[in-house]
Design a protein around this ligand. Structure first.
Ligand code: EPU
Length: 420
């Protein structure tokens, strides 16, 4: 195991490039299993979760290989095998293989993931959608067993919650189903639009991705394509907050500004300016003397992203005054609070609200990462803490950030990785 050591106090300066989106690439890799040949994916980040998804593709008989800057997913050999617990429990997005298995073989056996550090994470909406499309689903021995007597058929489906994962599984099942599917209260996240763009490039007929109502007309087959994954809006947001918290001046290349308007408005209210430069580069710097306390509520897209909540909390620890951070997506996403408190933060939790009294100094301490975004928040806090911060269980960070410490070091941070 490894840990990250940071010596706080450096203003970040220079330029940095955002990697491809992990959460956009994961469903695209699963979707590539539906193609009639090998798809070539560009801008796929080199992170652990992508490796796990590639392992899953291989366990199911498919092929994966990395060429410079391209990830090839070859579904030739894809066969109806169980998706095992050891992979599903390390990464819940492995359940995205449920729909391709059902669609191609009318049968799927996928281990049921448990809860995780941020919540219970039920799959009822995924399963309800697949049942509406003609699958019979039961749970047995810790596995989801799904079977369809005939080819899946189109259906009208209403999601009780606008779940990203359920929207992915339903899209993947419906594109090759017979007839028309109407998915209401679908997730609108940019990662869904990216997936629909990939499927459409392969020949799928999809309308409305990015809105709450998606229409899918089933087609007979999907052709292999070359496809570019969108930049990672959560990494971009994390880097913007790194610039803001250190009162630095950073040019962020490949910044998906159109996907981050909620964060941008909150940053602006807090006294941080985002300026577009050439292409999709954005310069982040302070426009006021001090950082102002600003409340946020996490919500489905285009609301403030839950995946930036922990990082925002680190920022608010430095703001001059009190702010309220409300987590409305996950029931247990305040695990970073106890660790931030070890660094001297003044935070009180009341239900799903965190009341932050900012402005005090943070002091470097030994802390522990509990999940992916919590690790990012602790790194951000470490960048401005007095003295040394040591963050253990950093494997959480490696699931979703590509070389974050190298990027921060190149901007002037004193940060390194060491064995535990
Ligand atoms: N939910 C249900 N039933 C379901 C599915 C979800 O009640 O069948 C609930 C969940 O319990 C949660 C809410 O719906 O309260 C939203 O869950 P959703 O299904 O949208 O989340 P997800 O697909 O499991 C993805 C991201 C998460 C991100 C959420 C919300 C991936 C691989 N994961 O998860 O990303 O927090 O959407 O935006 O795309 C991360 O990257 O750190 C991360 C956790």
């Amino acid at each position: 195991m490894e840990k990250i050591i940071i010596k706080g106090g450096k203003e970040l300066r220079g330029s940095v490039r955002v990697s491809g989106s992990k959460n956009a690439a994961l469903p695209v890799i699963a979707a590539a299993l539906l193609a009639d040949g090998a798809c070539r994916l560009k801008n796929v980040p080199k992170v652990k979760d992508i490796q796990t998804m590639c392992q899953m593709v291989e366990v199911l008989g498919g092929g994966t290989r990395r060429e410079p800057d391209i990830l090839v997913i070859d579904p030739c050999g894809f066969s109806c095998r169980p998706a095992p617990y050891d992979l599903v429990c390390t990464m819940r997005a492995s359940v995205y293989v449920l729909a391709p298995l059902l669609s191609r073989f009318r049968k799927a056996r996928v281990a049921l993931p448990g809860g995780c550090a941020i919540g219970l994470r039920p799959l009822d909406q995924h399963l309800k959608g697949l049942e509406a499309l003609g699958a019979r689903v039961k749970m047995e021995h810790g596995y989801i067993e799904a079977e369809a007597a005939q080819v899946l058929h189109g259906a009208e489906i209403y999601l009780d919650v606008a779940s990203v994962g359920a929207t992915v599984n339903i899209l993947l099942a419906a594109v090759l189903a017979k007839g028309r599917t109407v998915l209401d209260h679908a997730a609108c996240e940019p990662e869904i639009v990216n997936l629909a763009g990939f499927l459409s490039a392969m020949g799928a007929k999809i309308q409305g991705a990015g809105t709450n109502r998606i229409l899918i007309e089933g087609v007979k087959s999907l052709a292999p394509v070359v496809f570019q994954i969108i930049p990672d809006r959560i990494e971009a947001g994390t880097l913007a907050i790194a610039a803001a918290i250190t009162r630095g001046d950073v040019l962020i290349e490949e910044f998906p500004r159109q996907h981050l308007s909620a964060l941008e408005q909150k940053l602006s209210a807090a006294g941080i300016e985002l300026q577009s430069e050439s292409g999709s580069a954005v310069r982040v710097k302070c426009k006021s003397e001090e950082l102002l306390p600003i409340d946020i509520v996490t919500l489905p897209y285009p609301g403030f992203p839950t995946d930036v909540q922990a990082q925002w909390m680190a920022l608010m620890c430095r703001a001059a005054g009190r702010s309220v951070i409300t987590e409305s997506i996950w029931e247990n996403r305040f695990m970073h609070v106890a660790e931030l408190k070890r660094m001297g933060a003044n935070i009180r939790i009341e239900g799903n609200n965190a009341l932050v009294r900012g402005g005090g100094t943070l002091s470097g301490a030994q802390v522990m990462a509990s999940d992916l975004r919590a690790s990012a928040a602790l790194i951000l806090a470490g960048l401005v803490a007095e003295g040394q911060t040591s963050i253990s269980r950093i494997y959480h960070l490696d699931r979703g950030y590509e070389k974050l410490e190298d990027k921060l070091a190149a901007l002037g941070a004193e940060i390194r990785r060491e064995p535990e």
